[in-house]
Design a binder for this molecule. Structure first.
Ligand code: SF4
Ligand code: SF4
Length: 103
């Protein structure tokens, strides 16, 4: 599974035209995070059911999948916490930068 493609926003005229994943109107990062992120998401992989809700909702499109596990591209994650807030299994926890090594 690739990361969702970031598409230029065009006002949808039908349900089929609703964008899936992030669009350019969402304030995407165009350069790697410069160190201002305060918190970052950590995935508890055994809890994750791979429902992909976080993949759909992440405004940066940085959630992907590698070897059947979700991944987060920390170079472009802005630490908004939306994925952790919306995960139905509480499989994502936001931690202070520098507090946990895994991810
Ligand atoms: S929303 Fe939660 S359970 Fe669903 S894929 Fe993301 S981390 Fe896994
Ligand atoms: S914290 Fe925000 S930007 Fe980072 S992976 Fe979660 S939803 Fe995406």
């Amino acid at each position: 599974m690739a990361k969702p493609q970031i598409v230029k926003f065009k006002f949808p005229e039908s349900l089929e035209e609703m964008p899936l994943g992030p669009s350019a109107a969402a304030g995407i990062l165009t350069e790697p995070n410069a160190g201002w992120r305060v918190q970052r998401p950590v995935i508890d992989h055994p809890k994750c059911t791979k429902c992909l809700l976080c993949w759909v909702l992440c405004p940066e499109g940085v959630i992907g999948k590698e070897n059947e596990q979700l991944t987060i591209d920390m170079n472009y994650c802005k630490g908004c916490g939306l994925c952790a807030h919306e995960c139905p299994k509480d499989a994502i926890t936001m931690v202070q930068e520098g507090e946990a090594d895994d991810q």
